[in-house]
Write a protein that binds this ligand. Structure first.
Ligand code: SF4
Length: 204
C-alpha cells in the first residue's frame, strides 16, 4: 500500500500546485503564470473551476501533475498562520521534490521482495534521511541541500534496477528510473537547486 502521506489529497490542501509553481505557455499550459501567482481558474474555495475540461482547454500539464502529498503537508504546516504565503509556497516546492523521492523509493522497494538486507538497508537509510528533511523546521527545510539526497536516492534506485535485472524481471515494472528523478518544472527553485547538483556516478 502506498504511504498515505505521499498521496495528493486536494480536499485538505490550499491548492498549492495552482499557486506555487510557475509555468509558461506551451502545449501543456495555455497561459503564462508566475511562481506565487494564483491560477486564474482557481476558485475562492481553492478548487479548479475548469477541472473537467483542463485538457480540452490547454491545461494537460495540470492533468499529469502529481504533488506526492506535498500540498497537504505544506498546507498543514502553515495552517492558522497568515501572511506567510510566500514561505509556504517555497516549502511546498521543496517538499514536492522530497516527497517524490520518497515515493520513488517506497514504491521501488516493493518490486524486490527478495532484496538483500544490504539493499533494503540502503533504501531505508535514504528514506529515513528524506523523512528527516521533510520534518525539519521551516528554516532548515528551506536551506536544505537536496543534492546528497538526490544522489542517495539515485544510487538506491540503481540497486533496485540491478536487482530487477538479475531476477530477469521486466524493467518497466520499476516505477521510476534514476534519470527521471527530478523532472519537475525548471522554474521551481528547489528543482533548480537540485539541477545544479554535480553529476555523480551511481556505481558501487
Ligand atoms: S498540491 Fe497536491 S493536494 Fe494540493 S491541490 Fe495540488 S494536487 Fe491536490
Amino acid at each position: 500500500m502506498r504511504r498515505p502521506d505521499l498521496i495528493a489529497d486536494c480536499s485538505n490542501c490550499a491548492a498549492l500546485c495552482c499557486v506555487a509553481p510557475s509555468f509558461d505557455t506551451s502545449e501543456d499550459f495555455a497561459i503564462d503564470k508566475a511562481a506565487g501567482a494564483h491560477c486564474p481558474h482557481e476558485t475562492v474555495e481553492h478548487r479548479c473551476a475548469i477541472h473537467a475540461e483542463r485538457e480540452a482547454l490547454g491545461f494537460s500539464g495540470c492533468v499529469i501533475y502529481e504533488c506526492y502529498g506535498a500540498g497537504p503537508h505544506a498546507t498543514r504546516r502553515f495552517a492558522g498562520s497568515s501572511g506567510l504565503d510566500a514561505e509556504r509556497n517555497e516549502v511546498f516546492l521543496v517538499l514536492r521534490v522530497v516527497h517524490e523521492l520518497l515515493w520513488q523509493l517506497t514504491e521501488a522497494v516493493k518490486l524486490i521482495p527478495n532484496a538483500t538486507p544490504e539493499v533494503l538497508a540502503q533504501i531505508a537509510s535514504a528514506v529515513a534521511a528524506l523523512d528527516a528533511v521533510a520534518h525539519e523546521p521551516t528554516a532548515s527545510l528551506l536551506a536544505a541541500d537536496l543534492c546528497p539526497h538526490q544522489a542517495a536516492a539515485r544510487a538506491a534506485l540503481q540497486r533496485v534496477a540491478q536487482a530487477l535485472s538479475s531476477e530477469r524481471l521486466p524493467k518497466r515494472h520499476l516505477p521510476v528510473l534514476p534519470d527521471a528523478t527530478l523532472r519537475t518544472r525548471p522554474h521551481e527553485s528547489p528543482v533548480a537547486r537540485t539541477h545544479a547538483c554535480a553529476p555523480h556516478d551511481t556505481r558501487e
